[in-house]
Design a protein around this ligand. Structure first.
Ligand code: UT7
Length: 327
């Protein structure tokens, strides 16, 4: 039996906010943002789009591409740090209802920007032990609703969107070897966080909507180390080398991070898929959005050796080596 990605889909909300737009209300410039991040613009959800709505839109496209009916989905995992509700119900349950799936397990997975890679690995394992069933894996985020638009050191980075894949098995086939690494380092928990959970008792004067807090330098350094480490170790595990990879789909956090990873790994930057110039950092959505774009542009041939790798708050970091579309 082999497990594979049967179809991909994505959704980016139509409203685009450029760096010049930000510079009208913030002490920043297109020149500064682009030279420090590689980002020119990002998509921002309007009032009628929320994380579950964008997730459902991306999921419908993935189902259509996979030619799978909602009734055939047995599991929905939504990787997100920006669920519709603060704690429950899960965004995945809302997506399940929106798609009209029945007898389907549904839950959210919180591993920040590495969440899609974590969720994909869970879906792969679930499909292996539930032969004939299909899983929907979604990364969806509305980060623009939790950033402090007065903080030029963080708000310029983020955008909204959703990406989805359908995972299923092929009974009479043996796919090529794949492998995943899921890691975390909670010592860096304070490098990116958002207050407002139950860590502290409610305080008088607490902000009604706590904002994302980011220590950019620390996260930058961790990102470069962790993406290179995960990719190298995946290649080592599979008995191959990074130079043999056709494409790396790294979390689209900052173009300078990806350039530094390429330098550290002595790989040409062209091996790294880049779309953050027009998406910004969409957290758990960034890898499936990039994958879907590459598939639809015909840039991902069957058998291509690829690594998906992400890092994020936690700190988490994770990667999957696969020969497209086999997991
Ligand atoms: O999914 C994971 C999420 N997080 C990340 O990936 C974040 C990773 N880190 C980064 O991407 C970068 O650290 C940032 C883009 C956030 C910041 O870039 P930096 O090159 O590390 O800038 P910095 O924080 O060292 O700031 C340098 C200067 C400071 O001014 P002074 O103190 O030197 O006068 C900042 O106040 O640049 C200033 N600055 C800005 N200036 C204009 C910071 N943000 C801006 C801005 N526009 N937007």
């Amino acid at each position: 039996m082999s497990v594979k990605i049967l179809g991909t889909g994505s959704y980016l909300p139509p409203k685009v906010v450029t760096n010049d737009d930000l510079a009208r209300t913030l002490d920043t410039s297109d020149e500064w943002i682009y030279s420090h991040t590689g980002i020119h613009s990002r998509h921002v959800a309007e009032a009628d789009d929320c994380t579950s709505a964008m997730a459902a839109k991306a999921a419908r496209k993935a189902l259509e591409a996979a030619q799978v009916a909602p009734a055939d989905i047995g599991l929905i995992i939504v990787a997100t740090s920006t669920p519709d509700y603060a704690t429950f119900p899960s965004t995945a349950c809302l997506v399940q209802a929106a798609l009209g799936c029945a007898e389907t397990g549904a839950y959210d997975l919180q591993a920040a920007c590495a969440g899609f890679v974590y969720a994909l690995e869970q879906a792969r394992c679930w499909v292996k032990v539930n032969a004939g069933k299909k899983a929907l894996v979604i990364g969806a985020e509305t980060l623009t609703r939790i950033v402090d638009w007065r903080d030029r050191g963080s708000c310029i980075l983020f955008g909204d969107g959703a990406g989805a894949v359908v995972v299923g098995d092929v009974p009479d086939e043996e796919g090529p070897a794949a492998h995943s690494i899921l890691w975390a380092d909670g010592n860096g928990a304070r490098f990116i966080y958002r207050e407002g959970g139950t860590r502290l008792p409610a305080q008088p004067g607490m902000l009604p909507i706590p904002y994302l807090v980011l220590q950019g330098h620390d996260v930058f350094a961790f990102a470069v180390r962790s993406l290179a480490k995960v990719t190298n170790q995946l290649c080592e595990k599979l008995g191959t080398t990074p130079a043999d990879l056709d494409r790396v789909f790294a979390h689209q956090a900052n173009g300078r991070i990806i350039e530094a990873v390429a330098r550290r790994m002595k790989l040409p930057i062209e091996k790294f898929y880049l779309n953050l110039e027009t998406t910004g950092n969409t957290s758990a959505a960034s890898i499936p959005v990039a994958l879907d774009e590459a598939v639809r542009k015909g840039e991902l041939a069957d058998g291509a050796k690829i690594v998906l790798c992400g890092f994020g708050a936690g700190l988490t970091y994770a990667g999957t080596y696969m020969q497209w579309p086999y997991l």
